[in-house]
Design a binder for this molecule. Structure first.
Ligand SMILES: Nc1ncnc2c1ncn2[C@@H]1O[C@H](COP(=O)(O)OP(=O)(O)OP(=O)(O)O)[C@@H](O)[C@H]1O
Ligand SMILES: O=P(O)(O)OC[C@@]1(O)O[C@H](CO)[C@@H](O)[C@@H]1O
Length: 315
């Protein structure tokens, strides 16, 4: 069992609404709704907890709607290091259609002032040395600048933390420059952060090599139902998940991050890590909400994951 800290700077109350087909501009009737305390770091934390790890959580939470977050943290037994800030944690709407398509409408989040930002950095200064890894996941709320985000990542690095990063846009661009230990963009996020498309396999390979040379140890490039590629200095592996019945793809990436971190911290063979992580992510899309619920289903999915080693392996 490892000790892991997850940082969610901009958590969210996810309202997942299931409907047959979304008709923009018309009255739509839903057939189910679920509300979850969420946000990428908290979702990763839930999966890691189900994998047996001791979890601490931190970031910023709005004081005006604390209840669902504090209930989740208590139920899960997480150590709570969130800095409370004035206002409401955002609500994110997830519109899930019968064919599995998801439309996300994500809020901005509360304004986090400089005092709260400093309070979090001070808290982390004390906490970080006790952890085997620190996961930094999700977008930045209002008030957080890219310069502050870079300061946070540099501080974690200085403290010797294994930093796992899953974010997007400008934050991903800044994050990549800080060479996290593991980073998991999807293909679109990577192209957006770089400001140019990654048109073909050769361009991708050149970019991967550049990131590995800059100090990233594990680059996990996810690509929805197509699976993922895991690049490290040792090898390049690809995983293809089995076809599954999609209930909601929200949180698939978070589950993948948790599964990869679990295997890596246990120092197990790479193919085993990748197989389990891919199965955990595939299972996540068969359910609404986060965490590992059905171990037998997970074992079946694991057996059906197809792993290949790429010939253009980066070494
Ligand atoms: N339809 C699917 N069937 C099986 N596995 C899937 C499916 N969609 C996603 N996955 C798994 O989840 C992983 C992460 O998905 P994706 O690439 O969509 O990440 P993401 O965009 O970061 O997701 P999110 O931000 O919604 O959590 C994929 O690499 C794949 O292994
Ligand atoms: O707006 P961000 O922080 O990029 O993403 C937030 C979010 O879409 O990510 C999670 C799924 O990965 C959801 O629980 C949450 O609503």
């Amino acid at each position: 069992m490892a000790k892991i800290l997850t940082l969610t700077l901009n958590p969210a109350l996810d309202l997942t609404v299931s409907l047959d087909t979304l008709r923009p501009g018309q009255v739509n009737r839903s057939h189910a709704q679920h509300s979850h305390a969420a946000g990428k770091g908290l979702n990763v934390a839930q999966v890691l907890a189900d994998l047996g790890h001791a979890i601490s959580v931190a970031g910023f939470l709005g004081r005006d709607n604390l209840q669902p977050f504090e209930a989740l943290i208590e139920w899960r037994g997480f150590a709570d290091h969130f800095v409370r800030v004035p206002g409401e944690t955002r609500s994110n709407l997830k519109l899930v259609e019968a064919d599995g398509r998801v439309t996300d409408i994500n809020g901005q989040g509360p304004v986090v002032d400089v005092a709260a930002q400093s309070a979090l950095l001070r808290r982390l200064e004390q906490l970080v040395p006790e952890f085997d890894a620190v996961v930094v996941a999700g977008s930045l709320p209002r008030g957080i600048t890219l310069a502050w985000f870079e300061q946070l990542l540099q501080q974690l690095r200085r403290q010797g933390a294994k930093v796992v990063l899953d974010t997007s846009g400008e934050a991903l661009r800044v994050g990549l420059a800080c060479a996290p230990w593991l980073v998991k963009p999807n293909l679109e996020e990577l192209a957006e952060a770089l400001g140019h498309p990654v048109p073909d396999a050769a361009a991708r390979q050149a970019l991967v090599q550049q990131l590995l040379d800059a100090g990233v140890e594990h680059l996990v490039l996810s690509n929805g139902g197509e699976g993922l590629s895991w690049y490290s200095h040792g090898a390049t592996l690809h995983a293809q998940p089995p076809a599954v019945q999609v209930a909601s793809t929200v949180g698939a990436g978070d589950s993948l991050v948790a599964g990869m971190l679990h295997g890596l911290l246990q120092d197990e063979p790479a193919a085993q890590t990748l197989r389990r992580a891919t199965a955990i992510a595939a299972q996540a899309v068969t359910q609404v909400g986060f965490g590992i619920r059905d171990r037998e289903q997970l074992a079946r999915l694991q057996a059906a994951v197809h792993i290949t080693e790429h010939s253009e392996a980066s070494r």
